[in-house]
Design a protein around this ligand. Structure first.
Ligand code: ATR
Length: 484
C-alpha cells in the first residue's frame, strides 16, 4: 500500500525515448516520478539504467501506476499518436478518479484533443493536450511546452511543467496556451514553421553549393558565421555541424551521401490542411511541405533528370557574381523568407484561435519558443517585442522593426530569386514568399479578373470599388450590369 510519503507527483506512461527522457527530466528536478510502459521491458531498462538518478516508482500494471500517484493524479502520456493514445487515455480514465489530470504530450491532431477533452470532462477527468518540442535532447534537459486544456489544470500542472521546461532569461518556456486543443494546435503550427525554417536553410545551401560552387565545409563556416548575427538559431547551428560531418566510409561530406528524399511525420501537412480550411495563406510552410514530397518522388525525379528542357541557363561565372556579395544576398533572402513564414504561421494561429475561441496570445508563443524547441532563435525576441509594441499587429511583417529589416533585405531577396531562376536552381520558399510579399503590398491584385470570370461563367456576382452592393453583368444578354 502506498503512503502519501512515497507517492509520485507526476507519472509518465510510454517509455520510448521521449517518455523516458521526460521522466528522467522530472526526476532530475527532484520530483518522484511514476513510470509505466505497456511492455515492462522498457520500464525495467529505464530503472536499470537511470533508476538511481532520482526517485522513480515503476509499475507493471496501469492500476498500480495510478495508485502510485499523489492526488489529484497527474499522468503524461507519451505513446504513439492515434489509437494508442486513445487506448491509454481510456485505461487511465478507468483507473483514475474525479479531478485527476491526464496529459497527452504526443503530437496529437488538435481536433482529437478537442474530442478527448470533451469525453474526459464528461467523466470528470481533466484532459490536457500539451505540445512538447525539443526532440529527445529537449525532453531530457528542458523542452518548450505548449499545454492546452482547462485553466484549472494549469494551476496544478503549471509549476511541475515549469520545473522541467527550458529557461530563457529567467522565464520558463511553458505557459497555458488556451482551452482544449489550443496547445496541440500551436505545436502543429510550430512544426509547420519548422518545416519552412529548414527548407529556407536548404535553399540557401543549394544556392551556395550548386550556384556559387562552394564546398560543404566552406558553407559550414558561412552558416557558423550567420549564427553569430540575426539568424542565430538552433537550426542554423546544427546545419553547420551537418555540413562539416565527413562520412567515415567514403571520406565524402556526409551531406553528399545522404539520400536527398526528405521524410515527414505529418504535422507540417496538418498545418497546411488546417490553413486551407481557415483560408490563411501559409505559402512558405506549404511550399516546404511540397518540397519534401517532391524530393521523395524518386521515380518521377529520376525520369525527369536530364530529360526536361532547361532553357538558356547561366553559370555563376557568366553572371559575373561576386561570391562574398552573393553569400550575403543569400543570407538576406533567407532572413526575409523566414520572416514571411513566421508572419504566416502567426496568422494561422490567430485564425485558429478566433475560430475555436481560444484567446491565444501570440506574444506568449514567441516567448516560450525562445528556448527548448527546434525553432529556438534569437529572432523570437524581436517577435516578442513586436507584440509588446502592438498586441493587435495585423501581420508580423508590419511591425516597424521588421519593416526596417525588410527595407534592408528586399533588394538582395529579389536579386537572389532572379539569380536562382537564371541558374535553374529551385527556391520554392524564397520565391513564393517574395510573391506573397508583393501580393500583400500590391495596390491591385488580379482577383478582379477572377471575380469577372466567376461572374461570367457562374453568375457569382462581384462587388465594386466605387459603390456598395453586389453586382452581376448579364454576359449572355446585353451585357448591362444589374444589382443583385
Ligand atoms: P518512438 O517513436 O520514440 O519509438 P512512439 O512510436 O511514438 O515512440 O511510441 C512508442 C511508445 O508507444 C512505446 O512506449 C509503446 O509501448 P511498447 O513499448 O509496449 O510498444 C507505446 N504504445 C504503442 N501502442 C500502444 C498501445 N496500444 N498501448 C500502450 N502503449 C502503446
Amino acid at each position: 500500500m502506498n503512503t502519501p510519503e512515497n507517492l509520485a507527483q507526476i507519472g509518465v506512461v510510454g517509455l520510448a525515448v521521449m517518455g523516458s527522457n521526460l521522466a528522467r527530466n522530472f526526476a532530475s528536478r527532484g520530483h518522484t516520478v511514476a513510470v509505466y510502459n505497456r511492455s515492462p521491458e522498457k520500464t525495467r531498462t529505464l530503472i536499470a539504467e537511470h533508476g538511481t538518478d532520482g526517485n522513480f516508482i515503476a509499475s507493471e500494471t496501469i492500476e498500480d501506476f495510478v495508485a502510485s500517484l499523489e492526488r489529484p493524479r497527474k499522468a503524461i502520456i507519451m505513446v504513439q499518436a492515434g489509437p494508442a493514445t486513445d487506448a491509454v487515455i481510456s485505461q487511465l480514465a478507468d483507473a483514475m478518479e474525479d479531478g485527476d489530470i491526464i496529459i497527452d504530450g504526443g503530437n496529437a491532431l488538435f481536433n482529437d484533443t478537442i474530442r478527448r477533452e470533451k469525453e474526459m470532462a464528461e467523466r470528470n477527468r481533466h484532459f490536457v493536450g500539451a505540445g512538447i518540442s525539443g526532440g529527445e535532447e529537449g525532453a531530457l534537459n528542458g523542452p518548450s511546452i505548449m499545454p492546452g486544456g482547462p485553466k484549472e489544470s494549469w494551476e496544478t500542472l503549471g509549476p511541475l511543467l515549469e520545473s522541467i521546461a527550458a529557461v530563457v532569461d529567467g522565464t520558463p518556456c511553458v505557459t497555458h496556451i488556451g482551452p482544449d486543443g489550443a496547445g496541440h494546435f500551436v505545436k502543429m503550427v510550430h512544426n509547420g514553421i519548422e518545416y519552412a525554417d529548414m527548407q529556407v536553410i536548404g535553399e540557401a545551401y543549394q544556392l551556395l553549393r550548386f550556384g556559387a560552387g562552394m564546398e560543404p565545409a566552406e558553407i559550414a563556416d558561412v552558416f557558423a558565421e550567420w549564427n553569430r548575427g540575426d539568424l542565430d538559431s538552433y537550426l542554423i547551428e546544427i546545419t553547420a555541424e551537418v555540413l562539416r560531418q565527413v562520412d567515415a566510409e567514403t571520406g565524402k561530406p556526409l551531406v553528399d551521401v545522404i539520400l536527398d528524399a526528405a521524410g515527414q511525420k505529418g504535422t507540417g501537412r496538418w498545418t497546411v490542411k488546417e490553413a486551407l480550411d481557415l483560408g490563411v495563406p501559409v505559402t512558405g510552410i506549404g511550399e516546404a511541405v511540397f518540397a519534401r514530397a517532391l524530393s521523395s518522388s524518386l521515380d518521377q525525379r529520376k525520369a525527369a533528370q536530364g530529360n526536361l528542357p532547361t532553357g538558356a541557363l547561366k553559370t555563376f561565372q557568366e553572371l559575373n557574381l561576386d561570391k562574398e556579395r552573393f553569400v550575403e544576398d543569400v543570407r538576406r533572402a533567407l532572413y526575409a523568407s523566414k520572416l514571411v513564414a513566421y508572419s504566416q504561421g502567426f496568422d494561422e494561429i490567430k485564425a485558429g484561435s478566433d475560430e475555436y475561441g481560444w484567446g491565444v496570445d501570440p506574444r506568449d508563443l514567441a516567448t516560450i519558443w525562445r528556448g527548448g524547441c527546434i525553432i529556438r532563435a534569437k529572432f523570437l525576441n524581436r517577435i516578442v517585442e513586436a507584440y509588446d509594441n502592438d498586441p493587435a499587429l495585423p501581420a508580423l511583417l508590419l511591425d516597424p522593426y521588421f519593416k526596417g529589416e525588410l527595407g534592408d533585405l528586399i533588394d538582395s531577396w529579389r536579386e537572389v530569386v532572379i539569380v536562382a531562376t537564371q541558374l535553374g536552381l529551385p527556391v520554392p520558399v524564397f520565391s513564393s514568399s517574395l510573391s506573397y510579399y508583393d501580393s500583400l503590398r500590391a495596390e491591385r491584385l488580379p482577383a478582379a479578373i477572377i471575380q469577372g470570370q466567376r461572374d461570367f461563367f457562374g453568375a457569382h456576382t462581384y462587388r465594386r470599388i466605387d459603390k456598395e452592393g453586389t453586382f452581376h453583368t448579364q454576359w449572355s444578354g446585353d451585357r448591362s450590369e444589374i444589382e443583385s
